[in-house]
Design a protein around this ligand. Sequence first.
Ligand code: NYM
Ligand code: MG
Length: 258
Amino acid sequence: MTTLFRLAGRGASWRRVGKAAAAAPSGLGSFALRRRAFQGARMETGGCGGKGGGRGALVVLEGLDRSGKSSQCARLLSFLKGKGCNAEGWRFPDRTTSVGQMISAYLANQSQLDDRTVHLLFSANRWEKRGLMESKLLSGTTLIVDRYSHSGVAFSAAKGLDLEWCKAPENGLIAPDLVIYLDVQPEKASERGGYGDERYEKIEFQKKVADYYLSLRDSTWKVVDGSLPMETVEEQLRELFTNCIQQCQGKPLANLAW
Ligand code: NYM
Ligand code: MG
């Protein structure tokens, strides 16, 4: 059963966002029915994905610098692990790879790079993780990701690069099941510790980034007021996560198609 489900997920993983899962091919009809019954049973056991052979969920937190994403990712992850869910915390840029180290030096103002070049490096940093991301999700691990493609597009477009050009290299990366945008006013974020250490951490620039973020909203996007107390934000994230898990049960992985 598990093997069949994974095969179904992998085959379907090339479908594009927005297209509903195709009906099970003839011959797999009874399998599809059994799978549905099986998923129902799995949700009753806790509804955190990954239990019983289903795929994990791809949940992304987005927001301006110092909007509280990293703290909330950590809180959500420990909540999920406490429930026995198979979950991991990821972040982009992933500064551990050689591409990520080039990005990190650029952000720390230790190197200069052309705007389009660094945009493509951010994207390449996601592409180099795509295979691992897919295999984790298909084997049932839920990923809580601190920044993803929406950061890539919003930050580069805010520098004046063409929006469509910025979106193009993201197409084909795995589409998130849920994007939670932590909404904090740039002025408020700038009062938080460590602000201004890296490139882009300037109030006027962050205002432009916020506008681009909001222009990227789609059906996977939820906005949470990040200026509320941490515990309130955490509570809202748990609720959004729980709804997402229920909705993405049985949905194949999809690709970004901007
Ligand atoms: N950033 C992040 C981009 O400009 N493009 C991207 O694709 C990603 C993932 O890097 N100011 C920017 C947003 C942040 C900076 O991220 C570093 P963090 O989460 O502050 O380490
Ligand atoms: Mg930052």
